[in-house]
Write a protein that binds this ligand. Sequence first.
Ligand SMILES: *Cc1c(COP(=O)(O)O)cnc(C)c1O
Length: 427
Amino acid sequence: MNYQNSLEFARQQDEQDELKDYRNKFYIPVIDGKETIYFTGNSLGLQPKSTKDYINIELEDWAKWGVEGHFHGRNPWFAYHEMFAAPVAKIVGALPKEVVVMNNLTVNLNLLLVSFYRPTPQRYKILCEAKAFPSDQYALEMQVKSAGLNPDEAIIEIAPREGERTIRHEDIISAIEEAGDTLACVMIGGVNYFTGQVFDMKAITEAAHKVGANCGFDLAHGAGNIELKLHEWNVDFACWCSYKYLNSGPGGVSGAFVHERHCNNTDLPRFAGWWGHDKDSRFLMEKGFQPMKSAEAWQMSNAPILTMAAHKASIDIFEEVGMEKLLKKQKALSGYLEFIVDNINASLSGTDKSLEIITPRNWKERGCQVSVIAHGYGKDLFNELTNEGVISDWREPNAIRMAPVPLYNSFEDVYRFGQILSNALKK
Ligand SMILES: *Cc1c(COP(=O)(O)O)cnc(C)c1O
């Protein structure tokens, strides 16, 4: 696309945007009387205006029915989570039976590792990206320790090469091949939370399977952001949160994926509870766990209806829009942000300062997020952006992460951000 750094161009793009009406379906934070430029949908997605009504229905049904709401409410709670299987499966590219919405993300990661990281004396290693999101690192560390192993020996971390920002795929693949039959599991963040790099999950899964290892992904930054085909890619397991790109509210419920071929394996070791037990005999309250033949088998507890109601409000929007339109606008919007940052960077040439985009330039290797290193600047720059109403994310010493989100961000947001950034750099 031929981008231009002008308000006229941005407004023209917004006018042609087939998703333009969706911005008005969300609350855009207003701080000090000024509408913010909200670029942190990768951290906490905005609230749909419909969320309140979805939660209210459940509050009303609880008031009206008490425990009977499990079966007689408008959305019977007994089966509430089942409403997510089909629409969420579309978002992650799965079969409905492969998806369950439950718990929170790190909880689900741990539950899935119990099943899919089964170290033996010969095959005990687990491979992940270096500087994975800390929660994931802690989960892996303690899974390894729980198995009586030493994390330094059992965890293989793949880092960018010296002087590079993102991880080379060939390095991931060759590390998997090198680990060979000592490798039990690969667990990578499908989209790196810091650089925004999207990994080739299909190729990684293939490589893992070739050496006999399981392969799973943390899709906290993937779900609702990039195109996913978990079933087709043959991924063994995955999990994600719903409060980032899926706009389901702080601490919202997480989603988990287990490939069909494992769903039918009732012998798979796992942690269990009554909500994963065969539905028909669940209330006989008898001894002996009989797992459901779906991802639901990993569900332990009855569903948290109020946070699920918030999730439902958002998932209904995704269902209405579909990932295809989101992906199309996302490419154009993150491309525009890239263009604006490059444009402003050009104005810094000849100085000792610069803006370096560390997110891959190839749109196939990124989603909404664009991460920028502001060489020669410190947190003052970020504070200035914040003062001017830009909500973005700062990582020490000088990285800014921004994610214009197709559902509610506009080209004008990106243009105005550029103006603010330009002014801030001059201060
Ligand atoms: C956001 C994020 C988390 C957060 O975990 P919670 O259990 O939801 O608090 C974990 N892992 C990754 C990769 C994330 O991006």
